[in-house]
Design a protein around this ligand. Structure first.
Ligand SMILES: NC(=O)c1ccc[n+]([C@@H]2O[C@H](COP(=O)([O-])OP(=O)(O)OC[C@H]3O[C@@H](n4cnc5c(N)ncnc54)[C@H](O)[C@@H]3O)[C@@H](O)[C@H]2O)c1
Length: 319
């Protein structure tokens, strides 16, 4: 069988691809607009890895790629334009994050691909969401990124209910881990660990008491692999709440490992404001544990320790 990962050389996609190669016997297609060779250095020459450079927003291109494969069992649809680009390039955000999801779901229907797993986000909720947040809280995003996630979920539910494509959306909190890049709202949490691990100064662009819900990339990847071929996924949307950690707490965990770590604060007022309103959005959901057995194994302290060790020992994770 074949598994496709769109955005397969991105941060999450590349971790997932490596785990799929290591723990399954399937062929893995990495479908990505920009191929990040460094992230997949350890698997790119594996004969079970097929790398395709392509754009999910281009229907003709996507369709012609699917025609080449007749045994795709699962698509992990992780290809996405990310913030802050989604907020400044609205047409591009619509094309990639909404049209792109439609193209993938429609190909799944046309080519009888049984399962699509989608990476959603807490960004589907707006600042006025009623607390505590659950899977059934009203989706009212205030960002184009969140709008793309809601539209994709609604499309996925339609294909799930009416078109025979099993669709599962996992709404992640901030995922952090070695080698994550970008300018997203939560990247500060990654940078506080990544740069000192590389022997460089970290600049934290939020105030030190800002907290965000985190999960470690390694805790999400084994769980995601387990969803492939999962016979019994009762719902089609799941929230992962994450552990709330403040910037200064992360910094103190880093200093336990690297006592002379340089971490400077240069807060961006707008970002700090947005994250302060976000920090009200505490979740309260056990569905992902009850239905799918998801439970993270790393404490924040253990995560920081492991993250630093990975960056120090593995060139794939240096940025
Ligand atoms: N990292 C997080 O904290 C987080 C949290 C919640 C949800 N997510 C979601 O997880 C998914 C992956 O995120 P990530 O952190 O790995 O981001 P990333 O930016 O590292 O990966 C996204 C990938 O999508 C690819 N891509 C962009 N436009 C494309 C197009 N037109 N066609 C094909 N591929 C395209 C990019 O080249 C990149 O490799 C995204 O959907 C993101 O919204 C991430």
């Amino acid at each position: 069988m074949v598994i496709m990962v769109t955005g397969g050389t991105g941060f999450i996609g590349s971790f997932l691809a490596k785990e799929l190669i290591n723990s399954t016997s399937e062929e893995v297609i990495l479908y990505d607009f920009i191929i990040n060779e460094k992230r997949i250095a350890s698997i790119k020459d594996n004969p079970r890895v097929i790398i395709i450079k392509g754009d999910v927003s281009n229907w003709a291109e996507v369709n012609s790629q699917f025609e080449k494969f007749d045994e795709i069992a699962t698509i992990y649809h992780f290809g996405s334009l990310m913030p802050p680009l989604t907020e400044s390039e609205l047409t591009n955000a619509f094309n990639v994050n909404i049209q792109g999801t439609f193209n993938i779901l429609e190909c799944a229907r046309l080519f009888n691909i049984p399962q699509v797993i989608y990476s959603s986000s807490g960004a589907i909720y707006g600042p006025e969401v009623e607390l505590p947040v659950t899977e059934h809280s009203y989706r009212d995003p205030w960002t184009m990124y969140g709008v793309g996630k809601v539209c994709s979920e609604v499309l996925g539910s339609f294909y799930h209910r009416r078109k025979g494509v099993k669709f599962t959306s996992i709404r992640f909190p901030a995922l952090i881990g070695p080698g994550r890049t970008g300018k997203g709202m939560t990247i500060f949490a990654n940078n506080i660990i990544q740069y000192p691990a590389q022997g460089e100064k970290a600049i934290c662009n939020v105030e030190e008491d800002i907290a965000v819900p985190l999960i470690y990339i390694k805790d999400s990847i084994k769980f995601l692999v387990g969803l492939h071929n999962h016979e019994d996924i009762p719902e089609h949307t799941y929230n992962i709440d994450g552990v709330w950690v403040e910037a200064k707490e992360l910094a103190s965990f880093v200093r336990q490992e690297i006592p002379d770590a340089l971490i400077e604060y240069d807060p961006d007022d707008e970002l700090t404001f947005m994250l302060r309103s976000w920090s009200m959005m505490k979740g309260e959901s056990n569905a992902i544990l009850d239905d799918l057995g998801y439970t993270p194994s790393y404490t924040p302290e253990e995560m920081v320790k492991d993250f630093i060790a990975e960056v120090r020992t593995n060139d794939e994770y240096k940025i």
